[in-house]
Design a protein around this ligand. Structure first.
Ligand code: SAM
Length: 320
């Protein structure tokens, strides 16, 4: 009898034991989202902004990761925890945070649904503040777009979007629609540079040598890039994509280069995208502060200003 092969722990993306970069991403998300809540709840913003705030997570995942025997919250629970932390302040100001969580994989979706329900059960204090909609869908599909277009978003509506695919599952057409939404939009986007480089490698092979899988990758890649981005010159930098998608729409982009944990090079860029220059500067400082620590939590030599200056920053067309 053949023994069943036990899956390697590291193959499971919901096991963080050997994924310090995912832990780092979740820390940055929590840090930023905590600030997002504080900024929008400040008196100055309260004077003009809507009290209905929106969070759209297009690749929501399972909601919880394992880290040894411990549990680590995935993005949906990160929002909920941060909201619970300042819940009474939000409630005082009559804020309602609407979460739209989209997950395609049925198993992940079920886990997500359960984890969110468990959280809400344990935190009745946020029930009045949070309104959650879960969708088991492809985020590029018409039903998701129709849901987003039906939201009462206008230019004074705080909107935070997390776009966190494994590769190029976000299509350019979807991205173009999202950046055109009329709202006070901030986006955190995982630009998978390692995937881009791999796809560029495949694209350089002679057509007749491509496997079916490679052909599918190239089709997905083409839908991701859009027709105006070629990335011929420098697949290493997110600049061409960032300019085409965000810069042309008046967004600043701050790029946090997430290193491979075990070799030299960039695994992905976390792109922070906003129209507000002050918020872009704040995100850049936050990223600089995070760079001061390595994955093991040890402080690197150099001060935060120096790390901040090294964080890549793209201004939108025509802005300084
Ligand atoms: C990197 S994980 C998301 C992790 C999550 N944002 C977090 O921080 O906890 C990507 C997730 O997107 C889901 N997914 C992949 N393609 C998708 C699509 N087209 N639409 C929606 N979800 C998708 C996968 O099943 C997976 O759960």
């Amino acid at each position: 009898m053949t023994a069943l092969k036990k899956p390697r722990r590291t193959d499971d993306p919901w096991d963080l034991t050997e994924r310090p970069h995912t832990k780092a991403k979740l820390r940055l998300l929590g840090d930023y989202f905590g600030r997002w809540l504080t900024i929008w709840n400040a008196p100055k913003q309260r004077g003009w902004a809507s009290s209905d705030w929106y969070v759209i997570d297009l690749f929501a995942g399972q909601g919880v990761y394992a880290d040894g025997d411990a549990k680590v919250s995935g993005s949906p629970l990160v929002y909920l925890e941060q909201i619970a932390r300042v819940g009474s302040k939000l409630e005082t100001n009559g804020i309602r945070v609407h979460l739209l969580l989209v997950e395609l994989n049925p198993k992940n979706y079920e886990m997500l649904k359960n984890h969110v329900a468990e959280f809400m059960e344990a935190h009745s204090e946020v029930k009045e503040i949070v309104d959650i909609k879960l969708m088991k869908s492809n985020c590029n599909s018409p039903d998701v777009w129709s849901e987003i277009s039906s939201l009462p978003l206008i230019s004074n509506t705080p909107l935070f979007m997390l776009i966190d695919p494994y590769g190029f599952q976000i299509q350019r057409q979807t991205m173009d629609r999202l950046v055109a939404v009329d709202a006070a939009t901030d986006i955190l986007f995982n630009y998978m540079v390692s995937g881009v480089k791999r796809a560029q490698g495949i694209a350089s092979k002679p057509e007749e040598q491509l496997t079916q899988r490679e052909r599918t990758t190239l089709t997905t890649y083409a839908h991701f890039l859009g027709k105006d981005v070629t990335l011929d010159e420098d697949a290493e930098s997110p600049q061409e994509y960032a300019n085409a998608v965000f810069g042309s729409r008046g967004f600043y982009v701050v790029a946090y280069d997430m290193d491979y944990p075990d070799r030299v090079g960039t695994l992905y860029y976390l792109l922070f995208v906003t129209k507000n220059r002050k918020i872009a500067d704040m995100a850049r400082k936050m990223f600089g502060g995070a760079k001061k620590q390595n994955y093991a939590g040890q402080l690197r030599l150099g001060d935060t200003e120096q790390f901040t200056a090294e964080i890549t920053f793209f201004a939108p067309d025509g802005a300084a």
